[in-house]
Design a protein around this ligand. Structure first.
Ligand SMILES: [Ca+2]
Ligand SMILES: [Ca+2]
Length: 317
């Protein structure tokens, strides 16, 4: 042994070291492979979920195109029914799809509170928003401030209204930004407008928030009485109380409204009648696809003209 044993001891040590390094490398390689396989499975599931959501959107758009009564749009029409399809119905285990279409003419087009000239207030829309805020329990003083801030946010100039806020105010915040000075791109942007963040958190007993009644259009500002919620109908005039709004709901459930004849008197007044309609040409589609643990949500704004449906905006989450 002695001298003879030293080199073989060294060789053994080196062999052991090499084996150890190899073991570590193999282990790392196996781990990386597992990570890559998991990532591939995840992205495949995510892709499946997104494809499902996109097919849901196509289904909704086809229903809108197939609607053979574009002159009257109501909540019992095929396009208006929410759909929830299980994996079994889709022929795809571990999958689910939910699709919902909303009529944007059932909501108040918040951008229209400032007219197209970029500076003048549209008094009708202003009153509608004021009434909506009132229904949400917002005090008169707070409503004045909220609407001044909203108009300042939308109007082109930097002149601050009495209770408003322009870029000068937003620049003084911890995280400064500038006022839009143009139309909102989504109702969610309201969170940036002074005072509105707290209002967006206010919920009705049924859980709905003010955002459920607003749209950024672009609509012509008229409200579809066949699809609007009683709360939006109430914003059309101070004389329209809860009972006359509910009366409209009862009427339209018996048969869709095709003209003002059957409506309660408050709706037939000239100033109100010019702000109502019986159909729509702007719809939002929300589709949620689920595949295994992956989820994808697609939101589309679609415009229908004659029997063609055109996608104006598409967002994939
Ligand atoms: Ca229709
Ligand atoms: Ca402004």
């Amino acid at each position: 042994m002695g001298r003879k044993g030293e080199p073989s001891g060294m060789a053994l040590l080196i062999t052991l070291l090499i084996m150890l390094i190899l073991a570590v490398l193999v282990n790392r390689f196996a781990f990386a492979t597992r990570v890559h396989i998991a990532a591939a499975v995840n992205s495949r599931d995510q892709f499946q979920a997104e494809c499902l959501a996109l097919s849901g959107v196509e289904l909704a758009l086809a229903l809108l195109e197939e609607d053979d009564t574009p002159e009257v749009d109501h909540l019992a029409e095929p396009w208006a029914l929410s759909r929830e399809l299980s994996g079994e119905e889709l022929g795809l285990p571990d999958a689910a799809l939910a699709v919902r279409v909303e009529d944007e003419s059932a909501k108040i087009d918040i951008n229209r509170v400032v007219k197209e000239d970029g500076s003048t207030t549209d008094e009708f829309v202003h009153r509608q928003l004021d009434r909506l805020l009132e229904i949400f329990g917002i005090s008169s003083d707070q409503r004045d401030a909220l609407l001044d801030c909203l108009e300042d946010w939308l109007d082109e100039d930097d002149l601050q209204k009495l209770n408003g806020a322009e870029t000068a105010f937003y620049q003084g915040l911890d995280n400064p930004y500038v006022a839009r000075n143009g139309p909102l791109r989504s109702t969610g942007e309201l969170v940036l407008v002074k005072g509105w963040k707290e209002v967006l958190d206010v919920r009705l007993d049924d859980g709905r928030t003010i955002l459920d009644f607003l749209t950024t259009g672009p609509t012509d500002g008229t409200i579809n009485v066949n699809t609007a919620s009683p709360l939006v109908l109430m914003t059309l005039a101070t004389e329209i109380d809860e009972s006359s709004a509910e009366q409209v709901v009862t009427l339209r459930e018996e048969a869709p409204l095709t003209g003002p004849q059957l409506l309660p008197p408050a709706f037939r007044k000239k100033g109100v009648q010019s702000h109502i309609r019986f159909n729509s040409n702007l719809f939002s589609v929300q589709a949620e696809g689920l595949f295994r643990r992956a989820a994808s949500r697609v939101v589309v704004l679609a415009k229908r003209e004659e029997d063609r449906v055109e996608v104006l905006r598409r967002r994939v989450d």
